[in-house]
Design a protein around this ligand. Structure first.
Ligand SMILES: Cc1cc2nc3c(=O)[nH]c(=O)nc-3n(C[C@H](O)[C@H](O)[C@H](O)COP(=O)(O)OP(=O)(O)OC[C@H]3O[C@@H](n4cnc5c(N)ncnc54)[C@H](O)[C@@H]3O)c2cc1C
Length: 317
């Protein structure tokens, strides 16, 4: 195969997978807007990925993404190489004793369904999260009282030198929607463990999650899930607010439900969900989020932490 321009210019290693220059990125994500990837890399398999990471010049930034259900790609696009894993990393394997192995690009919902069919309980919450296992490991994704770290036995990740690591939830420093795993580690797989359960009961529980989500979240919109994380109890108490106050209540109090900048809007259905009503740019989405942060700080003294990741460069003027 003829090396691409960037492959030559940047000294990227030859791979069995595929490089694409100027690849659509933001527009294939949940928000359906935002810039491109300077170079997109789809590795052929874990060995190809490890060889790429070992040989890719270290000054070239490398970013890994799942299905972008928690990410805004700024309009100027992402510099360097963006890794998106393909179907080679999407396998789901049911093992004895309630173990489930999943590739990093397996959808959380498919993992929940496979566990349910095998009579494994405990992974139902994954059915409520529209991302990949890689995203769940990075974000410690969770809902309705359960989170990824509760069922995770170990994750497999490859570092920037091409070395493979097996990491326990403790080693990954998993806390509320956060992990301290080094930013440049690429997750390739995870091993989970649930407990024995009845398929019908598990499926009924998952149906309940689906119903609740449908009623309370704009799941059919172009959105990115919760925009901001719930503040810690200590922070709320310091500001004279009840410890159990949720972020959507702070956004409501500050009058931001339905707030709009261009095509970006804080959802009327769930005040902490930001949506692209059709014409939003990533710049408008980010500006809206910053405006909400400013108004909430003014109103309640709480500085909101973005849960949605914002990556890439602003559009140059
Ligand atoms: C309608 C809707 C509802 C949602 N509800 C919930 C919810 O209830 N609970 C919840 O926790 N989240 C929720 N989310 C947010 C989102 O689905 C989760 O955060 C999910 O885990 C993100 O996965 P992703 O594949 O989309 O990750 P992306 O958005 O693509 O990436 C998110 C982060 O993970 C990193 N990442 C992704 N894959 C890898 C990998 N293989 N290796 C290393 N890093 C990686 C990225 O670098 C980035 O930092 C919701 C989103 C939407 C749109």
């Amino acid at each position: 195969m003829i090396p691409s321009l960037k492959e030559q210019e940047w000294g990227l290693p030859s791979v069995r997978g595929r490089y694409t220059e100027n690849a659509p990125l933001g527009e294939v994500g949940w928000f359906r807007c935002g810039g491109t990837a300077e170079v997109l890399f789809k590795p052929a398999d874990p060995d190809d990925l490890a060889a790429f990471l070992a040989a890719c010049p270290k000054h070239i930034p490398v970013t890994t993404l799942g299905v972008l259900s928690n990410t805004i790609v700024r309009d100027g696009g992402v510099r360097g190489v963006v890794i998106r894993l393909g179907k080679e990393f999407a396998g789901i394997e049911i093992l004895p004793d309630g173990f489930v192995r999943a590739g990093a690009v397996a959808l959380d919902g498919n993992v929940a369904q496979a566990a349910a069919r095998a009579g494994i309980a405990g992974l139902e919450f994954f059915s409520g999260i529209p991302g990949t296992i890689g995203g769940a490991l990075r974000m410690n994704a969770g809902c309705y009282g359960s989170e990824t770290k509760d069922v995770l036995v170990e994750a497999t990740a490859i570092d920037r030198m091409g070395g493979t690591h097996k990491l326990s939830p403790l080693e990954m420093g998993m806390s509320y929607r956060h992990s301290t795993t080094p930013e440049d580690y690429v997750f390739t797989a995870a091993l989970f463990q649930g407990q024995p359960g009845q398929e019908e009961e598990i499926k009924a529980f998952m149906a309940g999650i689906k119903e609740k989500r449908g009623a309370s979240q704009p799941i059919r919109e172009k959105t990115g899930g919760s925009t901001f994380a719930n503040p810690a109890a200590a922070e709320l108490e310091k500001a004279g607010l009840p410890a159990e106050t949720k972020v959507w209540q702070l956004i409501d109090r500050a009058g931001c439900r339905g707030l709009t900048i261009g095509g970006a809007m804080m959802s009327e259905l769930h005040a902490n969900f930001m949506i692209n009503t059709g014409t939003a740019t990533a710049t408008e989405l980010e500006a809206l989020g910053e405006e909400v942060r400013r108004r909430v700080l003014d109103d309640s003294g709480i500085s909101l932490r973005w849960e949605i990741k914002r990556i890439g460069e602003p559009l140059s003027k």
